[in-house]
Design a protein around this ligand. Structure first.
Ligand code: CP
Ligand code: NVA
Length: 306
């Protein structure tokens, strides 16, 4: 069991040079140039308190490719679902596995795991943050444009976990981020204020203004996991925030469209856009595998960041 214990709960847990090193490593993995197995003989626990397709499969396959044994745990199977304390679960896993990933509701729960674990803890999505996804999104931007420096990115819709992690990424990496959110659906105030103070992030109300000339247009579902009962209210609030062909036409002609998935065609994005020539959503999904392997190799396998 490693006692390193460095966690990845938010983009800001890595410095700017470390993030650049992480992208370089992930890109080597994407190109098939990294064939080491630094997690040989180790175990990796994946605790999912919410549903997942991409996060589960990419972490499980990635851990296995690096040599680790992945364990898929859900509240149906573990005692957390019957009320065992988060701290107690963290202390027990800490004695048996070498790293863990958690997807849950309250960000404070992930922080509590991290406090009670000596092993690295990785955030696989909370209500506040989705940092692994944003790393994958940026790798996709770099893959398509050769770099993400100087790129203009527009976030359209809910100021949710994805929007918060985009703000953190703009803060660390200095690209231009324009958010268009309806009133009442802004990103987390503290995360937004910190990012705005960097001068790289602007909050707007009009999606057309936000996408004007940008290189990347991205959005997400209107109701995130745990907000299902707000679906109708949110559909009304976000009605004019759909990314459709008319909105994409205002972006640069070379612009790409990203979506973390799962997507609802006809709600936050039209089928024409997500299935169209500017969409890079399948590369984006694949890149979850590469960035998360880079994170695991660094936090659990001693892989240095150049
Ligand atoms: N994008 C993403 O995190 O997908 P899953 O919910 O399927 O893991
Ligand atoms: N904002 C979405 C992202 C899903 C990957 C959610 O939290 O449900």
């Amino acid at each position: 069991m490693t006692t390193d214990g460095r966690d990845f709960l938010a983009i800001t847990d890595f410095s700017t040079p470390e993030l650049r090193g992480l992208f370089a490593l992930a890109d080597r993995m994407r190109r098939g140039e990294y064939l080491k197995r630094p997690l040989e003989g180790k175990a990796f626990a994946m605790l999912f308190m919410k549903s997942s397709t991409r996060t589960r499969v990419s972490f499980e396959v990635g851990a296995w490719q690096l040599g680790a044994h992945p364990l898929f745990l859900t509240p149906r199977d573990v005692q957390l679902g019957r009320g065992e304390a988060v701290a107690d679960t963290a202390r027990v896993l800490d004695r048996m596995v070498d790293g863990m990933m958690i997807r849950t509701f309250a960000h404070a729960d992930v922080e509590e795991y991290a406090r009670h674990s000596r092993i690295p803890v990785i955030n696989g999505l909370t209500d506040l943050q989705h940092p692994c996804q944003i790393l994958a999104d940026l790798l996709t931007v770099q893959q398509h444009f050769g770099r993400f420096d100087g790129k203009r990115i527009a976030w359209i819709g809910d100021g949710n976990n994805m929007a918060n992690s985009w703000c953190d990424a703009a803060l660390r990496l200095g690209f231009e981020l324009r958010l268009a959110c309806p009133p009442g659906y802004d990103p987390d105030p503290a995360i937004l204020a910190r990012a705005q103070a960097s001068g790289h992030v602007t909050l707007l109300r009009d999606p057309r203004e936000a996408v004007e000339g940008v290189d990347v247009v991205t959005t997400d579902v209107w109701a995130s996991m745990g907000q299902e009962e707000e679906q109708a209210m949110r559909a009304a609030a976000f009605a004019s925030y759909q990314v459709d062909a008319a909105l994409m036409a205002r972006a640069a002609s070379s612009a790409i469209f990203l979506h973390c998935l799962p997507a609802h065609r006809g709600e936050e994005v039209s089928a024409e856009v997500i299935d169209g020539p500017q969409s890079r959503v399948w590369d984006e999904a694949e890149n979850r595998l590469h960035v998360q392997k880079a994170i695991m190799a660094v936090l659990m396998g001693g892989e240095p960041l150049e």
